[in-house]
Write a protein of this length. Sequence first.
Length: 186
Amino acid sequence: MGYEIAEQFGWAPPDVILYPTGGGVGLIGIHKALAEMRAMGWLRTDVVPRLVAVQAAGCAPIVEAFERGDTEATAPADPRTVAFGITVPKPLGDFLILRAVRETGGTAVSVTDEELLATQLDLAAAEGTFVCPEGAACFAALARLRESGWLGESERVVVLNTGTGIKYPDTVNTSGTSGGAAVHQV
């Protein structure tokens, strides 16, 4: 993903990359790829994208470890979220995820199931795009980061959606409001 992002941006990577983080291997791989390209001189800029690990509030071990300043995550006692792709209580590469986020000046953000479901519905209605709950979590986090000022209006951002919403038919109800989704418990 890191190589593809760099290539798609003409070898001048974006300012920020948001990634739905369960096991975190995608985020770890992006960080590694960008470091390799930088070492080989392939990138046309010294900009290092700030990596953002996005999790659901019901299972946010990376966010909690990041906020505490820890180098490893602690599994939550009762992990629950509708976004089962990011329901990973103790990622094996937790220390690598946290290192990647910190080394790039990034951050870790959690959003509630209500926020990600509302965002999923909004994207479907406004854009005709039925993203997975994990991707919707990233779009909800993007809005929060913009509102807080952490993310500037002129910054170039990549938001990764790792699946299709069609795999989650219970996340959108026919009444036009979010909610009613089954919560995945590990």
